[in-house]
Design a binder for this molecule. Structure first.
Ligand code: P5A
Length: 429
């Protein structure tokens, strides 16, 4: 991609309305733009990151056996009246009337929707377990939308729904999602601590929130220091052990009942990037989602639901990865892997080399952004640092003469001089 042909509306000043660093950087780097309170347009750079995050979530969901579908954003109120939940969401639910004066709503979540799909098609326990998921926009008319995409009104969620014959089966499904979540966040370079949580309007009595520690987190969290010793990238993480360790957000934390001795209790702030629930037959019973069991008896299925804040993650990733110059994308979610700074577009040799590298990297399937604009070098470097691509290649007349370019890592600031072949090899390895 050529920066001269791209759409990257970076801002020089930090917008006054942005209170936290991720929101400031997302606006400055031209990733998103607010359309109304808590409602954002995703501009090319932001959308590229959102798609990378989505791709990882899709892969890990499917690796864990969940099957992708796509349910609508608009739902009929009738379904929610059937489940008994139409009033639970109160003012957070955006209620709409269609031209026939039927009550509709913009979905804040899809438990009813997916239960309706299930009940129409599944009859036997032999078709279980089943886990259906989608990545779809939600709307919640939050009292205080803030911090940009972190607490939006319209936001992108991955929501998965499991169906099992009984509570034991449902717990196995829950644990599979629990592990998939740890893997998903790990792949993005994030450590999310699973914490006991309140279930709110989703319901049920078993639930974990996945919280990333960050100074700007919305909730106060408390956890056993033993979490600090856990290698979350290990292949043999035990859900049982993790569930047994104490961790809770403020609303669930009772200092008087806390089993962890004071010297082992850590407190901080967290960003909730995921939340999983087991709620048994809360929806299947009123909505008649039943199967015939092995004994021939008809019974309601046991369900759970599993959410990841996909759009919130983009903000959370920046909270966890930035410095005073800008964003530092982990490679797995970077909008481009490498940026090429063409220092002197007016110098035939140097410019030719920058073009050649751009072409070769693109052909090798590397996401690359070439800055061949007629701008000062300082401005070009500042833009690269702001948008946080993992690698920057600098091509200038002096190096070009010797057939050398400079490769710089955004995270460490380390640089190395390479010839073009070695560079391409390094970036495609
Ligand atoms: C689980 C999936 C649910 O809605 N139903 C389907 C269950 N859970 S939840 O905790 O309410 O939301 C899941 C995740 O969505 C993110 N999230 C938000 N992101 C941005 N702005 C919001 N206003 C917002 N509300 C929720 C969170 O990451 C949450 O964990």
């Amino acid at each position: 991609m050529r920066l001269s042909r791209y759409f990257l509306p970076v801002l020089k000043e930090t917008p006054a309305e942005a209170q936290i660093v991720s929101h400031q950087l997302m606006l400055r780097a031209g990733m998103v733009q607010q359309l109304a309170a808590g409602i954002y347009s995703w501009l090319p750079l932001g959308y590229a990151v959102l798609r990378k995050v989505e791709a990882i979530v899709h892969q890990e969901m499917q690796r864990a056996g969940a099957i992708p579908i796509l349910m609508p954003t608009i739902q009929p109120a009738d379904l929610w009246i059937e489940s008994g939940r139409y009033n639970d969401y109160g003012k957070e639910m955006l209620r709409i009337r269609d031209r026939h004066d039927r009550s509709m709503l913009y979905g804040p979540t899809n438990e009813e929707n997916v239960t309706d799909i299930f009940r129409r098609h599944v009859r036997s326990f032999k078709q279980l377990p089943l886990n259906l998921y989608h990545i779809q926009w939600k709307f919640r008319d939050e009292v205080r939308p803030r911090f940009g995409v972190m607490r939006g009104r319209e936001f992108l969620m991955k929501d998965a729904y499991s169906f099992d014959l009984d509570a034991a089966g449902a717990e196995a499904s829950y644990d599979a999602m629990f592990l998939a979540y740890l893997r998903t966040f790990r792949r993005m370079g994030l450590t999310a601590i699973p914490m006991q949580a309140d279930t709110g309007p989703i319901g049920g009595n078993l639930s974990h929130e996945f919280q990333i520690l960050a100074r700007t987190g919305e909730s106060e969290v408390h956890f056993d220091a033993a979490f600090e010793a856990i290698d979350f990238s290990a292949d043999d993480l035990s859900v049982t052990e993790l569930k047994a360790l104490y961790a809770a957000a403020d609303d669930k934390h009772d200092p008087a009942a806390c089993p962890v001795p004071a010297e082992r209790l850590r407190s901080g702030r967290g960003i909730e990037v995921g939340h999983i629930f087991y709620f048994g037959t809360k929806y299947s019973e009123p909505m008649g989602a039943t199967v015939i069991g092995p004994d021939g008896a008809t019974q309601p299925v046991h369900m759970g639901s599993y959410g990841i804040g996909v759009s919130r993650l983009v903000g959370a990733l920046i909270e966890a990865n930035h410095d005073d110059k800008g964003i530092i994308w982990p490679e797995a979610v970077a909008p481009f892997k490498v940026g090429i700074v063409d220092l002197r577009p007016d110098d035939a040799l140097s410019h030719g080399l920058a073009e050649e590298l751009h072409e070769r990297l693109q052909r090798a399937g590397v996401d690359v952004l070439l800055d061949e604009r007629d701008e000062r070098a300082g401005a070009k470097f500042a833009t690269m640092e702001l948008i946080g691509l993992p690698w920057t290649v600098t091509v200038g007349p002096r190096g070009a003469k010797e057939g050398k370019v400079e490769l710089k890592a955004r995270a460490s600031g380390e640089t190395v001089e390479l010839d073009p072949d070695a560079l391409v090899q390094r970036l495609t390895a």
